[in-house]
Each structure stands twice: as C-alpha cells, then as structure tokens.
Design a protein around this ligand. Sequence first.
Ligand code: ZN
Length: 399
Amino acid sequence: MAEKSSPFIAPQPIRPSAPIEGFALDSTNTPPSSTTSDSHQTFSHRDILRRALNNDASNITPALPESIISPAITPPSTPGGTVVSQPRVHPNETTQTGTHTKGPKLLEKLPNVECIVRARIPTTTGAEMFLHLYQNDSDNKEHLAIVFGNHIRSRSLDRVQEGETEMDRMIRGAYVGRLHPGRVSSRLEDGEEVPNEAGALQKGHTESPLVRIHSECYTGETAWSARCDCGEQLDEAARLMSMASEPTSSSTEPPVDGGAVSDAADGPGGVIIYLRQEGRGIGLGEKLKAYNLQDLGSDTVEANLILRHPADARSYGLATAMLVDLGLGADASPEGIRLLTNNPDKIRAVEGPNREVRVKDRVAMIPIAWRTGGQKGIRSAEIEGYLQTKIGKMGHMIR
Ligand SMILES: [Zn+2]
C-alpha cells in the first residue's frame, strides 16, 4: 500500500502477532459448562470427532460433549497480520456459546470510532455509494460503512480538524456535494444541501434508512464459495439500499440518464456496516479448518465448537458506534432504522447496551434460491445444510 504513510489513512500501530496459544485464558470468557481443566486438554480432531459423533446427550448441541466447548482461544481479532497481543474480550461482555438462547453479546460501553476517510464509489450496477473507512479503539482493523444516498453523513469525518486546509478536507472526503476538477472548497456549493450540525440524517422523507450489519466473508464474497450465502446477501443488501436511495414516487422528476445518480439519491438511503470479522469472528484459517470438519460430517455450529470456538464469536458494538457516528442513533434519528437481517439476536445486539440505536423494523432476507424455486441464487449441496443449521441451531428466521 503506497498510501500507508498518509496521515489520513494510516492504521493504528499494528502490534506483533502472537500465536493463539499465547493468549491468557480469560475465565470471564469461559462458559460455566467448561470450567474443568478437561476443557483445555488437547485431543486430535479424530478423537474429538469420534467423541462428538458418539455423544448425543449434550445440552449444548446434540452431537457434542460439553467438555470440548470453550471459546477461550478464539482470537480477539481475525488473524492475518493484525492479531493483537492482549485478549480483547471485554470483562463485561457476556459469553455466547453454541445455542442462540443466551442473547447477544453486549459491551457495557460502545467503542470509540472515527471515520478517517470517505470516497465516492460508482458501482457496476450503476448505483453509487460512499465508502467510509473507520478506525476504533477496540481493535486494529479497518471496518467499513458502505453508505447509499446523500443524507447520511459521518460526524467524526465532518468535524473540523485543527490546521487542515480545504484541500485536506476534500482529500479525506469531508466535502458536501460532488468533487470535480478545480473545486477549491469542501463546503456548500451552488444548489447543494448542507448537512446539519450533528451530521445527522436530513429529514424530509418518511421511510427509515435500511441498515445491514455484514461480517466479512472472503470465501463467499471473493472466492465464489457456495458454502454460504454471504456474497448473495451482500449483493442483495446493496441492491435494496440503492433502491432506498432513490426518491419516493411522490417525486415528479425522474432520474436523468448519466451523471444524475447522486441528484436522484434523495430517498432515506441505507448503510451496510462491513465488519472485518471473518468466519463469524474466528478468522479465515480457522474457518477453513471448520470447512474440513464439515466435509467430515459436522455442521457449521459443531465444527466451530470442535475447534473450540463459540458458534458465533462476533460482536456488534462497533456497528452500533458506527451507526451513531453516521447520525442513525436514537439521539439524532429517533424514528429508528430498518434492520436487514434474519437473525433476531442481531436486533438487540445492534441497538447497543443503552439503546443507542433504535431498530424500528426487521426486514428479512430470503435466499434467492428459495424465492425463485431454485431458478436463481446459490445452488450447492452445502448451502442447504448451512441454511438449515442457521435456522435450527442459530435461531435465524429465513421466511
Ligand atoms: Zn460466508
């Protein structure tokens, strides 16, 4: 990355990576069912799988002995060069294990987030979005907000920084309207709306913005994997949000061809919060091991548990904090958001510990293959099992 030295996008210092075994085991992060020393004993995968397949009395998941279930070694951030050397598990964070009955993980306090840079991205579908890159004080990853529509702005990005020039502001994306060659001011130009002081959502439309919290999935989004539906869900979320960015039918002016996309982006818009928590938070390497276990007969939940990861190691405090920064919190947007998800636990998780965000409605995402009777969407032997596990073991409501 040539820009790595730029003060605008330089990530927080990356601490040396540590082997997973190096993490201190945090007793507050150990479920009551696995407090015996047995939980840290090592087994070969074959032993574990044999035990797993022979034991259907566990109350965690029908096929697993409780003793091997421990989230204690789940890395605090996804491995891949940015593993931090200290466990990041917040002492007040509740633990979520294999079942979906324990409720979401909630931090007592939201992390601090700051939007470092934003840029306009025209997309292959013709819709435009603004990509916002965030830093935070709870991990070293560059989480993203993909914003559709013209009315959603980041407060931390818009905040005036000491000593900065107009050019500095335009380079980091803290401008209103549209950049063009020769532009000299980041501020209001002829005919452009000015964001209000809080950077909050501009009113004037009745619908609430659509929000999707999406966790990174390299295999499903980039490497064409049909083991999961992450890529399809991301595409579908973007499609729905670009529709939400368009003016409602009351508008008399139809969009004009070419170059008028941003003028037309007058609807409530939408945000995809893209969290860098690969493989439900366990990292790509562990996810690939889980795939091998699935090929050996485990489902997605069992495979994570055999690898001693919680079925879902993700947490959503960052997403809540980013939504608040984008003016979609209860303080600036009391009417609330519409959350695009099949996972009811996510609603409470996204609302935050003190209801910093209000979720007004849940909008379901039905797999395209189910909606079209298998005509379109993902088709694979693996995807049906994956979706059934989401419904049966993780409490998802995909209908
Ligand atoms: Zn995926």
